[in-house]
Design a protein around this ligand. Sequence first.
Ligand code: 13P
Length: 249
Amino acid sequence: MRKPIIAGNWKMNKTAEETKALIKDLIPLVSDTDNVDVIVCPPFVNLATAAEALAGSNIKLGAQNMHFEKSGAFTGEVSADMLLAFGVKYVILGHSERRQYFGETDEGVNKKVKVALQAGLVPIVCVGETLEEREAGITSEIVCKQTKLAMLGISAEEAKGVVLAYEPIWAIGTGKTATADDANDTIGAIRNAVKEVFGEDTAQSVRIQYGGSMKPGNASELMAKSEIDGGLIGGAALKAEDFSQIVKF
Ligand code: 13P
């Protein structure tokens, strides 16, 4: 059985004070959910505040990105070691907004995945198709290629520790959700891509989230699907009540 994993991607939202307040509200609402991995991913500058506010709770800390180099002249970037020093356990890699607005490539995502695994961080690797790609009928092809390239050169054992997130780009922040059946089919295709590279055992172990306008009203339907192991939540992660309802799907 794969343990469900619900992560909040706060994106570029919340000041330090707001971070503290949201976490304070969230902790009691999800304190009895040991059967689900619960993660919040605030912006870098609020990781210290978040780590302090999360101390002693069952919520784990994640980051939204990192660089693949250990240190050096990379203005504006943050390394795996820096994240670990804050108690960060998870790191979102290759989010479509990073790919779209900041030029991230499959090759760069792969480098980050390898470094994260070596450092002991759990990568949450995002894949997803554009509306144009969906309409052209090449969704599976696109997401399977992204998956294989992100995981290129890692071992089957390492692959088991990767979390994948299927986020159709057209469903992010739009209120449009993939139907539960569609999301399940595409996630099944992603799992099959993992199987082709790493074998059945790894494919059955790896957890794959759905992301894109997931909210209290659709979480239980999505989570009931056999292939969907969790959610990567944007907008609805910014409200303690909404996020906690998703965690309790
Ligand atoms: P929304 O839940 O706001 O659609 O965002 C999804 C997302 O991009 C999470 O990483």
